[in-house]
Ligand binder design. Structure first.
Ligand code: ZN
Length: 314
């Protein structure tokens, strides 16, 4: 992949790291008939070696190679230390034992994607990435059809997605993560926040992402005028039709440029005051313009075309 790799800005603030001598506590993931006790940070889990081994060759090898001592036994089961956050391990174990409970909400999806990638649990990884693709799709139709409940902007998920897409090499998630940030009405102020991430660290937007969003925003608003809203400047004999288009042209650009190109035509409610001759032409120009803008979207953030991004993810 040719995508730029900005440094991940994270400040570890995990409570467990600040309390190295804290006694381990038992997780609610504790099966009395389990036969192995993973320890992550200061949390113990009691599960079944065969279930973990069947799902992950890496865990299977780890169990085979570890040499438990009597001192590390709990209830006669060997304790195996995992160098992951307790939260990540809990999400992984719950997902392995309760697969019908999918999908997991927000932060759990990112944690699960990371730990499933690490231990090569392909089906959990694919499930998590599938849920992220619903929020950060790579086709215009999926983007326009996104239910409001998952299209709502939140900076946390955009930042997490940018970080995860690069860490785990799923670059097709990047364009919509950038789009959601750079098309936001409160841009650029939203970029200066500090966010609690799914691994309990605190993150800020990397400088390279801030630059990409700033450049992308400029390109988006310029190109939407030329590509999606060219119909606003067309000639027409009907005075009310011309006035209406002038009004929308001003609304698009003043007092600050707004990005409206990925509303649906119906949601934009632009056609009511157009004359019948202009209405169809305008709609056709807008919809074909949307498709063109979508195809160009990755380039606005200096990313390769959609096809290349998709290949990298496969
Ligand atoms: Zn007209």
């Amino acid at each position: 992949m040719a995508t730029e790799q900005p440094p991940v800005k994270r400040n570890r603030t995990d409570a467990a790291e600040n309390e190295p001598h804290k006694s381990p506590s038992r997780s609610e993931v504790w099966y009395p008939d389990g036969n192995i006790v993973p320890l992550a940070q200061t949390t113990l889990f009691k599960v079944h070696k065969s279930i973990l081994s069947d799902n992950s060759e890496i865990l299977r090898d780890m169990f085979t190679l570890s040499q438990p001592t009597e001192e590390s036994d709990i209830e006669g089961c060997p304790v195996v230390t995992l160098f992951d956050s307790a939260l990540q391990v809990e999400h992984m174990l719950k997902a392995l034992y309760n697969r019908r409970d999918q999908p997991q909400p927000g932060a759990a999806t990112y944690a699960l994607a990371r730990i499933a990638h690490k231990y090569k649990i392909d089906h959990l990884f694919e499930d998590a990435i599938h849920r992220l693709r619903l929020r950060f799709p790579s086709t215009l139709s999926s983007f326009l059809d996104m239910p409001a409940i998952i299209s709502d902007f939140d900076e946390f998920s955009c930042l997490e997605t940018l970080l995860l897409a690069r860490e785990l090499d799923v670059p097709s998630l990047l364009p919509v993560a950038y789009l959601k940030i750079s098309a936001h009405e409160e841009f650029p102020g939203i970029l200066w926040g500090r966010f609690r991430l799914s691994d309990a660290s605190v993150g800020t937007f990397p400088e390279a992402d801030i630059k990409a969003c700033a450049l992308g925003r400029e390109r988006l608003v310029r190109n939407q005028a030329n590509i999606c809203f060219s119909w606003l400047q067309g000639a027409c004999r009907v005075q009310s039709c011309r006035d209406y288009r002038t009004k929308w042209f001003i609304r698009l650009w003043q007092p600050m440029p707004r990005f409206l190109a990925f509303l649906t035509w119906e949601d934009g409610q632009w056609e009511d005051a157009l004359c019948s001759t202009c209405r169809n032409v305008a709609k056709e120009k807008f919809i074909s313009g949307q498709q063109k803008l979508w195809e160009l979207l990755p380039s606005y953030y200096n990313l390769p075309p959609w096809e290349t991004l998709a290949e990298a993810a496969s």
